[in-house]
Design a protein around this ligand. Structure first.
Ligand SMILES: [Zn+2]
Length: 372
């Protein structure tokens, strides 16, 4: 069985909901048909000509990228120009293109989280550098025939419900009597058609992030013994986990600038590093942002970071950091986002396998333009 573009994008949006994208960012399906079947998907940082060519050469029907295709407004699709030729070629090859950009930047398991994981930095007490909002939370109430509650609780927890801080499987249950009358054409788990049934049931309540809604309801319907599971979903006023750009974390012990630079070389497979040492011998509080972190310098300084590791720092960013006494390492825009791109491939492969789909997920192997 092959997944459709729509199925694959629903998996991506569990990880990076479109609702948390920064205002005006053109995220989501850039080009294509949601119902198209996908035998192979290619994951890349950029929707550039090298990625579109590689998708065609391996027979991929879907290209998943971090950077959006329509970041700058197109006024024509004229093949005399590179961007027109790119879009026209993708349409001719029936290539679907989907981008998870700022929604993946600010997602709790997003680009910077993956960068920190790849660099083996401690994430337990990490906080965002610049908050962009918080996860929306929902309350789920489901009615379960007595004896099936543990099975359903476990299925809901595995799908992402019932997590409060570091506690999982958080629910509340109370007993009562459920009633129903099976109608024509039903095959009820309990009861007989046309007769009112009264059943000992449990009301099980739990909490979930709105982004997990589809996965949790799918798990509920699979685990519930009834033909028609009865449940309610309520929006909550509670603030969920903060989402935002960049992360701040504390190392267990201080590292020297040389040790941090070596970590970048080893873990991010990058040789072209630029740095500025603010005159400190060692660094313990690290600010981190995959991509371009220049706009977050004041946030990193405000949170008393010793050093900020990101990409694309400009001369004026350096001067701003100097004013704050904040050291900088520029490890490159692409190198600091590569862990996030690798994770997209692994994540999709895992979800598709678990869903029973035969769709293959590949990572781009050809290279577009790179600084040397
Ligand atoms: Zn980027």
């Amino acid at each position: 069985m092959l997944a459709t573009v729509n199925k694959i994008t629903s998996y991506l949006e569990e990880l990076a909901p479109l609702s948390i994208a920064l205002p005006g960012d053109p995220v989501g399906l850039q080009l294509g048909r949601p119902g198209a079947e996908v035998s192979r998907a290619l994951v890349a940082l950029d929707p550039d000509q090298s990625a579109v060519d590689e998708a065609a050469s391996i027979g991929a029907e879907l290209l998943v990228t971090h950077h959006p295709l329509f970041y700058h407004k197109l006024t024509s699709i004229n093949e005399s120009f590179p961007e027109g030729a790119l879009v026209a070629g993708a349409i001719r090859n029936k290539l679907n293109i989907y981008s998870a950009h700022s929604n993946y930047d600010v997602s709790p398991q997003g680009v910077t989280y993956q960068l920190a994981k790849t660099m083996d930095l401690p994430l337990e007490n990490a906080v965002v550098l610049e908050a962009a909002g918080s996860e929306q939370l929902l309350k789920l109430v489901v009615f379960i025939p007595a004896g099936h509650e543990d099975n359903i609780r476990n299925a809901l927890a595995a799908a992402g419900a019932g997590q409060i801080g570091r506690y999982s499987h958080c629910t509340f249950q109370t007993g009562g009597t459920g009633t129903f009358m099976p109608g024509e054409g039903t095959s009820p788990f309990i009861g007989t058609g046309g007769q009112l049934e009264k059943v000992d049931e449990l009301r099980l309540e739990t909490i979930l992030p709105a982004a997990r809604r589809a996965a949790v309801i799918e798990a509920l319907n699979e685990a519930h013994p009834y033909e028609e599971a009865a449940y309610d979903l309520y929006p909550l006023e509670l603030e969920g986990k903060a989402v935002g750009l960049g992360l701040l974390l504390d190392l267990p012990g201080p590292l020297s600038l040389q040790e941090l630079l070596q970590k970048c070389r080893d873990r991010l497979d990058v040789n072209n590093l630029r740095c500025w040492n603010a005159g400190k011998d060692s660094f313990k509080r690290i600010a981190l942002c995959g991509g371009s972190g220049g706009s977050l310098i004041r946030h990193a300084a405000g949170l008393e970071a010793d050093i900020f590791i990101s990409g694309d720092f400009r001369y004026h960013d350096l001067k701003e950091a100097e004013g704050h006494g904040l050291a900088l390492i520029d490890a490159g825009h692409d190198a600091t986002e590569k862990p996030g791109v690798d994770h997209l491939r692994q994540y999709l492969e895992r979800k598709l396998q678990a869903g029973g789909y035969g769709t293959e997920v590949c990572l781009q192997t050809s290279a577009g333009a790179k600084w040397s």
